[in-house]
Write a protein of this length. Structure first.
Length: 199
């Protein structure tokens, strides 16, 4: 089947994993995301995924309430790793080959992020989940998506959110513009990822 792209970077908000629960990880919602990603991988598209962690923790919100900003951001990075472990498990249950790489090295949980390894996995038809943000505080998961897309020569960032008006943050958008990486935002929903890939 014809697809518009050969290599994409998906940016998924953490809230998508919470489903109707609004907080935490809902196995059914996570399984639905995994099914949609698996369908795209089965078409021969190379797929990288960057996850948010807002379903578990938001560092910016914590900082606004008195927590040290860097501390809050590190907790947020750990939240994205929790989401990554859940999505990786769901992908494997769907029969979709996948790897989880983290910007904060946690060898007993996932591979550390290494660009060449990530490219190897993509070439082999494995979905690669990038968790832990950039590994540095003060950078959003949108920034992590932009960085990974540039490093891996993704043709596009497909940003999926539960809200139609949730655009990429300004600094990440500027980085994408500078590096000529198109960003397509689409609303969460069954079949919408396939539509974004095909059109």
């Amino acid at each position: 089947m014809f697809t518009k792209y050969k290599r994409v970077l998906l940016k998924l908000s953490g809230e998508l994993l919470a489903g109707s629960r609004k907080y935490g990880i809902d196995p059914a919602a996570t399984g639905q995301l995994a099914q949609e990603i698996g369908e795209v991988v089965a078409l021969g598209v190379e797929v990288g995924v960057v996850l948010g962690g807002g379903n578990i923790f938001r560092g910016v919100s914590a900082a606004a309430n008195g927590m040290d900003r860097a501390t809050g951001d590190y907790i947020g990075m750990l939240a994205t790793i929790m989401n990554g472990v859940a999505l990786h498990d769901a992908l494997e249950k769907q029969g979709c080959p996948a790897r989880l790489q983290t910007a904060i090295f946690m060898e007993s949980v996932a591979e550390g992020y290494i660009r060449k390894k990530a490219l190897h996995h993509l070439h082999k038809g494995r979905a690669v989940i990038f968790a832990g943000g950039t590994g540095n505080p003060y950078f959003s998961t949108d920034a992590a998506a932009a960085l990974r897309a540039a490093e891996l020569n993704a043709e596009v960032i497909l940003k999926c959110t539960a809200k139609t008006d949730k655009e990429m943050d300004a600094s990440a958008a500027a980085f994408c513009t500078e590096n000529k990486i198109p960003v397509v935002t689409y609303k969460a929903g069954a079949g919408n990822l396939l539509k974004a890939i095909k059109h």
